[in-house]
Design a protein around this ligand. Structure first.
Ligand SMILES: O=C(O)CCC(=O)C(=O)O
Ligand SMILES: [Fe+2]
Length: 394
């Protein structure tokens, strides 16, 4: 098997000749806003410092450090990942430039939710429930740059083409330096061969993974109230892992097992990571996909645009979603006869691609987004061929 942690091959598209000149865009350095001075109810999240990963015994120590967060909390912070902050800020600067483009330009390549396709631009055009308040968040999702250049035919905005070498290098680096290592740690926790989960998510396999540029725009207090901001709601993520560069504008909250919402605190140079639904399926709930939401910022940041940079790891398209053969799951008594049967016949299982497309279609192929807390119109669970997640938590 190829070692996925070796240095990245260079972006393969030899014929890439920069059809769009960089000078067509004015990418000004974007600067992080100051953190809030409010004393919010912060979630006590563990820090996993990946800098010891390659030292003797390092992975084993990190796996032990991670176990409780992976199993019981669902969120943690990664530091020591070796991605220079200037590269992070550069991506955020490109993102900011993109969001400032005219709407006609951004609209050129929209996400096609009718087929659960999340690649492209998501415009904030839907309304919240039966109110006249619109979504206040927009995003651009950029697929992987694999060795086989599997996503070369996905239409890209000119600004992405102009900076494609840089974006491609960052895209891969983020996977290799963070996600790949976390999959090794999770495999150690589960007493699986170290590359077991990494193989199911390998960067060079086809998958619905994407790098996301995201922005939340400020809203009036009146609109926040109408949209039920900060009341109930919440979701789990659809894939396997979500990586989120530390966010100075407070807003992300996680739901604790006792039902309280706690804010995720920014950590300089840190990446907030959370498990998502597929890891929960693969481990019969041993690894927890935690409910979270984004609320409007505190008073001292309420005028700010909340720019974000994230990476969503999905299972490889052909990964069968069946419980992993982990001795830990055996000991915990989590595997049923049905699970053992499914493990024997992975060819009958739902594949990563089908699950991900179905989940995106179900969540987003609609003209209204639900108003949190008191919206009873929407179903509370989503079940795709036996894979079930809860969608609403009030
Ligand atoms: O912007 C954030 O902090 C998190 C966004 C999020 O939860 C999501 O897009 O799934
Ligand atoms: Fe999320």
């Amino acid at each position: 098997m190829r070692n996925k942690l070796l240095p990245a091959p260079s972006f393969p598209r030899k014929e890439l000749t920069m059809p769009v000149p960089v000078s067509a865009f004015d990418v000004k350095p974007w600067i992080r806003p100051a953190e809030t001075t409010e004393n919010l109810d912060w979630a006590p999240l563990k820090t996993i410092n990946l800098s010891i990963f390659d030292q003797p015994g390092g992975k084993q120590k990190l796996a032990e450090d991670l176990r409780d967060s992976a199993k019981n909390v669902g969120f943690w912070i990664v530091t020591g990942h070796g991605i220079p902050d200037e590269e992070v800020l550069r991506q955020l600067s490109i993102a900011n430039t993109f969001f400032n483009l005219p709407i006609e330009e951004k609209r050129k390549y929209p996400c096609d939710f009718s087929i659960g396709n999340y690649f492209g631009y998501r415009e904030p055009k839907r309304t919240i429930g039966d109110t006249s308040v619109k979504e206040n968040m927009e995003m651009l999702n950029i697929p992987k740059y694999t060795v086989n250049d599997d996503y070369k035919d996905v239409s890209k905005h000119d600004i992405v083409k102009a900076y494609e070498e840089e974006i491609a290098a960052f895209h891969r680096k983020l996977f290799e330096r963070v996600a790949a290592k976390l999959f090794v740690l999770l495999a150690i926790i589960l007493e699986l061969p170290e590359n077991y989960l990494l193989d199911a998510h390998a960067y060079d396999k086809k998958s619905e993974d994407h790098l996301r540029y995201m922005i939340y725009h400020p809203r009036s207090l009146e609109d926040r109230k109408l949209a039920n901001d900060g009341r109930g709601g919440g979701h789990t993520d659809f894939g396997s892992l979500t990586l989120l560069f530390s966010q100075n504008v407070a807003g992300l909250q996680i739901r604790t097992p006792t039902g309280e919402w706690k804010y995720v605190k920014p950590v300089t140079g840190g990446i907030t990571v959370n498990n998502a639904d597929v890891l929960q399926f693969l481990t019969k709930g041993y690894i927890k996909s935690t409910i979270h939401r984004v609320v409007g910022p505190p008073a001292d940041q309420s005028h700010l645009h909340r720019l974000g940079l994230l990476y969503f790891v999905r299972p490889a398209d052909d990964t069968p979603i069946v419980p992993v053969p982990s001795p830990v799951l055996e000991r915990e008594g989590l595997l049923t006869e049905e699970d053992r049967e499914a493990q024997q016949h992975p060819e009958n299982a739902v594949k990563g691609y089908d699950w991900t497309r179905a989940r995106v279609e179900n969540a987003h192929n609609r003209t209204k987004v639900s108003r949190s807390y008191d919206d009873n119109i929407e179903e509370k669970t989503f079940n795709y061929k036996g894979l079930e997640v809860r969608k609403r938590w009030y």
